[in-house]
Design a binder for this molecule. Structure first.
Ligand code: PLP
Length: 374
């Protein structure tokens, strides 16, 4: 058996073992994990410092998970956008392919609680169906392997999937979403890196929520992937009591960059049943973005998005006050210090329609010709 499999097998999955290790009530935990399992890898166990800390909250089952009866199983309506099993096609040119339901840890706030934790990988016939769909849909140029966690697949199955995808001429990008490097770093082996290298361009978006998750071993695993030519991004979920604080979030973003990971998305928590105790206000996320933008490296600022309930996809949000006014003459802008600047529009021959001004400009907008007094 490969070393990482032995280490994964040493994870805490039984309520009694958790009770012995953490002094929680085994009976209570048992009731909660009937619906959605628990797994805590040795790396994550070792990162917990005290009861109820940011790591604990993400993985230790909480009775609050049993509370929100009213909430939906599938608020993003992924199941309605699935043309063939395990494939979600919501956007014009990219799809999500769920290759396993297994994860190294079972996040208590998981969006896919309805699926994740059930046994089994994508079967050969199901892969064939997904490949046939992609071959037919020439508009798809980007596939995201998700789940569950694709890096829990054994090497030969992962390679079978990558190889099959690379037989599709119009498919440009393969992305993987994974929490493995941060929770089971031993899985990132030279053999895995050698496989990945054969099927570039492969991008990975890694899931991290708290700076303590970036241990030296985790950083080393990320470094191996980066050395294998994989551009690394991070996806972070804004979670009450875990990272809903500008200082913690700034430390996380800095730790990610040190691990050669570019922060990509910061997600507002979804409405998934059994996860509502993690939700924060939308203002919390906007304030965090405000506290980062301009105050630290632009590289450290993720896109803050809400995955719209009802299947609307990810919608970006920016603090609303960077653009004060825009007309045909120019835009009035405010920077991170709340100072005002004017950017003149190019002269236009004829009158033209201006786009509706309702959101701030994207980060990196030019402020040439800015001046202080307006
Ligand atoms: C997030 C997501 C994608 C990828 O979105 P990007 O904004 O391109 O990263 C694709 N499909 C589904 C269903 C998604 O949820």
């Amino acid at each position: 058996m490969e070393a990482w499999r032995r280490i994964l097998a040493d994870s805490i999955v039984k309520p009694k073992d958790l009770a012995d290790r953490l002094g929680v009530d085994a009976k209570e935990i048992e009731a909660i994990v009937g619906d959605y399992p628990m797994r805590i890898t040795p790396t994550v166990m070792a990162t917990m410092k005290e009861k109820g800390d940011a790591i604990w909250k993400q993985v230790v089952p909480d009775i609050a998970e049993m509370d929100d009866f009213g909430a939906e199983d599938d608020p993003l309506e992924e199941d309605l956008m699935s043309p063939v099993p395990h494939l979600v096609h919501r956007y014009p040119d990219r799809v999500l392919l769920m290759v396993t339901n297994q994860c190294p840890i079972y996040c208590r706030f998981c969006t896919r609680k309805r699926l994740v934790g059930k046994p089994g990988f994508l079967k050969k016939g199901e892969l064939d169906q997904a490949i046939a769909y992609l071959r037919e849909h020439t508009e798809v140029r980007d596939v995201i392997l998700s789940g569950g966690d694709p890096l829990l697949l054994p090497d030969h199955l992962l390679e079978r999937i990558l190889k099959a995808l690379r037989t599709i001429p119009h498919l440009e990008l393969i992305r993987l979403g994974s929490r493995v490097p941060g929770t089971l770093p031993e899985r990132i082996t030279p053999e895995l890196c050698a496989i990945v290298k054969k099927y570039h361009p492969i991008y990975m978006n890694l899931h991290f929520n708290h700076p303590d998750e970036l241990t030296p071993a985790v950083k080393a695993a990320c470094g191996m992937l980066a050395d294998a030519g994989v551009p690394l991004g991070a996806q972070t979920v804004l979670l009450k009591g875990v990272n809903d604080d500008p200082e913690i979030m700034k430390r996380l973003m800095h730790q990610l960059l040190l691990a050669r990971i570019k922060p990509y998305y910061l997600y507002q928590a979804d409405l998934t049943k059994g996860t509502n105790h993690f939700r924060t206000t939308v203002e919390t996320g906007l304030n965090i973005i405000k506290s980062l933008q301009g105050h630290t490296s632009g590289m450290a600022v993720p896109h803050f998005v809400i995955d719209a309930p009802g299947g609307g996809g990810k919608i970006p949000l920016l603090p609303g006050d960077y653009m004060v006014h825009m007309d045909a003459e120019g835009v009035l802008l405010k920077n991170y210090e709340n100072k005002a600047f004017h950017y003149p529009q190019p002269k236009q021959e004829s009158a033209r329609e201006l786009p509706m001004v309702s959101v701030a400009p994207s980060p990196g907008s030019c402020s040439n010709g800015a001046h202080d007094d307006l």
